[in-house]
Design a protein around this ligand. Structure first.
Ligand SMILES: O=C(CO)[C@H](O)[C@H](O)COP(=O)(O)O
Length: 223
């Protein structure tokens, strides 16, 4: 069975007529977007706020109307994937490099829904290297500061060249020996000059959609 499709499509049940919807990025969101495109074709009226150029392009292909921040007053709902989800619905995101725009939109939304197949569920965050978005200027120094915080950063590359986010920044993928206190690390990381944002989404998710052992969609709400 296609687990990403099952959870991705389930999230569209939260989308109602007239809503402004934050549209996340990634292969799970692909299915959410396909389903939203179908619903729009059938008459659903929404405005989407994309979290990446990739998502904006797909939404345009699917005729999902898009809006910018100047045109809207609120975001009713944001839907997005995750790289890891713990039992408290804390997340690591940014595997696709869209973490900054994703966090801005998740924070602005009245409700943030995460779609994650069971492979993303973990007891403690941190097996997935934490993406940290940094400005290219002084990258070596920023990397050094991340090492001082206990991380082992690696510059993300594509075809040998540094990967650039939609915002023109670099990504350092950081392994930390322990992410037992993710909320403290999230704050410490963002205090480093040169760090723009990190992929820890602590206390932000309101609803998680994953699958149970019978492969049926199951919802967990923030405690
Ligand atoms: O954070 C993200 C992109 O920056 C994605 O939501 C995350 O990487 C999950 O992607 P996928 O659904 O493809 O597994």
């Amino acid at each position: 069975m296609n687990e990403k499709k099952a959870v991705g499509e389930k999230a569209t049940e939260f989308v109602k007529d007239g809503m402004v919807v934050g549209l996340g990025t990634g292969s799970t969101m692909f299915y959410t977007l396909l389903k939203l495109g179908q619903l729009v074709k059938e008459g659903l009226s929404i405005q989407g706020i994309p979290t990446s150029i990739q998502t904006a392009e797909l939404a345009k292909e699917l005729n999902i109307p898009l809006a910018g921040f100047k045109e809207i007053e609120k975001i009713d709902l944001a839907i997005d994937g995750a790289d890891e989800v713990d039992e408290n619905l804390n997340l690591i995101k940014g595997g696709g490099g869209a973490l900054l725009r994703e966090k801005i939109i998740a924070k602005a939304a009245n409700q943030f829904i995460v779609v994650a197949d069971p492979s993303k569920m973990v007891k403690t965050l941190g097996s997935f290297p934490l993406p940290v978005e940094i400005v290219p200027f002084g990258a070596e120094m920023t990397e050094k500061h991340l090492r001082e915080l206990g991380g082992s950063p690696a510059l993300r590359r594509v075809n040998g060249e540094p990967f650039r986010t939609d915002n023109g920044h670099f990504i350092l993928d950081c392994i930390f020996p322990s992410l037992a206190q993710p909320q403290e690390l999230e704050v410490s990381l963002n205090k480093i000059p040169g760090v723009v944002e990190n992929g820890l989404f602590i206390g932000m998710a309101d609803v998680l959609i994953t699958l149970n052992s019978d492969h049926q969609p199951i919802l967990y709400r923030k405690k």
